[in-house]
Design a protein around this ligand. Sequence first.
Ligand code: COA
Length: 184
Amino acid sequence: MKIRTERSEDCGEIFDVVGSAYGEGGHASHKQQLLVEGLRDSESFVRELSLVAEMDGEIVGYIVLARIRIITKELQKGALALATIAVVKRYRGKGIGAKLIQKAHRRAKALGFDAVIAVGGGEYFQKFGYQGIKKYGIEVPFDGPDERGMVKELTENALEGIKGTVEYPREFYRKGTATGKVKQ
Ligand SMILES: CC(C)(COP(=O)(O)OP(=O)(O)OC[C@H]1O[C@@H](n2cnc3c(N)ncnc32)[C@H](O)[C@@H]1OP(=O)(O)O)[C@@H](O)C(=O)NCCC(=O)NCCS
């Protein structure tokens, strides 16, 4: 299994991998693949942080981290959103999701990013050092049944003293995605 940066010819396969992973069983995030497509054409896209897991020439997993900003009273801090992670059903539980996250974190840090914010997927993300957002005094603008925000500091204390609201690119607000339900 190889993890590598996405290439332009991967887009169709990524669309299907994300669509099927998030669309299972009438999941509320059935349009997550459209968020991925939208991000690719946006300023928040960082190609080196859009990674596929490839097995025998087949794409079996995908992750994308995208640029966001945390808006505080004093400043705007750049960070990343874990926008999407998906693994094809028959390949789950083999650590592919873990490898995608770990590689994305390493690359993000090497590019100078120091924090990642994820929405949903609480227990899964905890395995990789993500912590509930409430502890940080940071808010995300999305509603949902689970705790809406998990934070991973890539550098120790990267978010110390940062209290504010995350500003997402507009693609995250698309209805039918994991983040599409806006807080009232
Ligand atoms: C989440 C996902 C990417 C994990 O991929 P994976 O390759 O199976 O992950 P790993 O093999 O690294 O880890 C599997 C472990 O995580 C657990 N896990 C998977 N999804 C989980 C979730 N939503 N919450 C808590 N634990 C979860 C599994 O039970 C397994 O536990 P174990 O190692 O104790 O057996 C995959 O299940 C998926 O594509 N899900 C649908 C899309 C999705 O929900 N994405 C995340 C949205 S926030």
